[in-house]
Design a protein around this ligand. Structure first.
Ligand code: HEC
Ligand code: HEC
Length: 367
């Protein structure tokens, strides 16, 4: 009897510190983070089921590209964290863009879009890649002509945009895609923790979270996205960041703070995809953004916390797309833009030729 009571007491004592670590009040961090909302609706693009269904089909449809082989899902594959896991994405004609593809998961809740924050929201963003000559290389007219030639789509557009006289428009294509993106929210165990639910963080992950806050990471990576809310200087690589858009000296090397949700899956890291290892990315952040050398142990704990931001129970059903018709424009994978006539083409000197690729990569055509 005595031994049993003793064992019970011993167990209780052993459990207390553990237990208190488990439930370590998530309220302490309510200034920094908030759980992911269930919806990301938009006043200018209200969600409705037919629009979302249509947007999902368009997201997966390579016929929105001139080549007929590139869809949004090519570079933002939903089966691999919403990215292509390439340093730079490969687009039309096997051309590499100048930046790493960020995830489409949870993009809708971020304060701005792109590494340099040059688009306000997913609606503003969605048309860009379709028209970008190094991505899907289409035109508004071609995209609309293609969709109008597919009877299955025409009826879906009528259902999604009941009040429109001409439902198949480029704007409605982009709005439907954006509406689908607004549903790509991925709650994680961290959200359970923040809401005080069971199945939240484990004790090592809480230690990592404590370090994430005490070291200063949460000064920039905060809010519902654990990032995505502000633009910050990151003096790294050759990309001038927001300066390329505004020409403002203060914007040199300024980048939108990325969301760290699903970061475990969105390698390689940074705008130039130069770092494949999450531990290394965290150490670089410590050094560059906080002027501190994180130890291997601290880094390991922070990474454990970051892994708790991975989506739980994510299932996405592949949409079946309506077939083309006899009038659907044929895929044109070998298309390349007409050379612009009358433009003074200078013969580059030897040194200019060699430095050209790097300069080209910095020129990111707006999407
Ligand atoms: C050829 C590859 C490619 C294709 C195709 C592509 N994207 Fe992207 N996407 C990128 C790259 C690269 C970026 C980052 C560019 C930058 O920041 O300058 C990006 C950025 C984004 C962002 C911003 C995310 C954030 O965190 O800022 C969203 C949203 C997005 N794309 C959605 C789409 C949609 C929707 C489509 C289809 C209509 C699409 N993309 C097609 C490569 C691609
Ligand atoms: C001063 C603001 C700031 C602080 C502090 C900061 N970060 Fe960042 N973080 C950024 C910015 C900006 C980027 C985007 C860098 C780029 O352009 O590639 C980034 C990128 C990252 C990435 C790569 C994400 C990706 O998808 O490529 C990780 C991981 C990361 N930060 C983790 C951390 C951790 C961990 C800490 C604390 C040790 C931290 N950050 C501190 C601003 C900050």
């Amino acid at each position: 009897m005595l031994t049993r009571t003793f064992l019970f007491m011993a167990l209780l004592i052993a459990l207390i510190p553990l237990n208190s670590a488990y439930s370590a009040s998530p309220d302490r961090y309510s200034d920094f983070f908030s759980p992911l909302s269930r919806r990301a609706d938009s006043l200018k693009n209200p969600l409705n089921p037919p629009k979302v269904t249509l947007g999902k089909m368009l997201f997966f449809d390579p016929r929105l590209s001139r080549s007929g082989v590139i869809s949004c899902n090519t570079c933002h594959a939903l089966s691999t964290g919403g990215v292509d896991n390439m340093p730079f994405s490969i687009g039309h004609g096997w051309q590499a863009g100048g930046r790493n593809s960020p995830t489409v998961f949870n993009a809708a809740i971020l304060g701005s879009q792109f590494w340099d924050g040059r688009a306000a929201d997913v609606e503003e963003q969605a048309g860009g890649p379709i028209l970008n000559p190094i991505e899907m290389a289409s035109t508004e007219e071609l995209a609309v002509e293609t969709i109008k030639s597919i009877p299955g789509y025409v009826s879906l557009f009528k259902k999604a945009y009941v009040n429109d006289r001409d439902p198949v428009s480029f704007e409605n294509i982009t709005k439907a895609i954006a509406a689908f993106e607004r549903t790509l929210l991925t709650p994680s165990r961290f959200d359970r923790y923040l809401s005080g639910k069971k199945g939240g963080l484990r004790s090592d992950e809480i230690k990592g979270l404590d370090l994430f806050v005490s070291k200063g990471c949460a000064q920039c990576h905060n809010g519902m996205g654990i990032g995505g809310g502000s633009l910050q200087k990151f003096n790294y690589g050759s990309d001038e960041g927001r300066f390329n858009i505004t020409g403002n000296e203060n914007d040199r090397k300024v980048f939108r703070v990325p969301s760290l949700r699903n970061v475990e899956r969105t390698y390689p890291y940074f705008h130039d995809g130069s770092v494949w290892n999450l531990d290394q990315a965290v150490k670089i952040m410590g050094r560059k953004q906080l002027g501190t050398e994180l130890s291997d142990e601290e880094t390991g704990l922070i990474v454990k916390f970051l892994r708790s931001l991975t989506a739980t129970r994510l299932t996405i059903k592949l949409p079946v797309l309506p077939p083309s018709s006899a009038t659907t424009p044929r895929p044109d994978p070998h298309w390349s833009p007409e050379p612009i006539e009358n433009s003074p083409v200078e013969t580059p000197t030897e040194s200019e030729t060699t430095s050209e690729p790097a300069a080209e990569q910095q020129q990111i055509p707006s999407m």
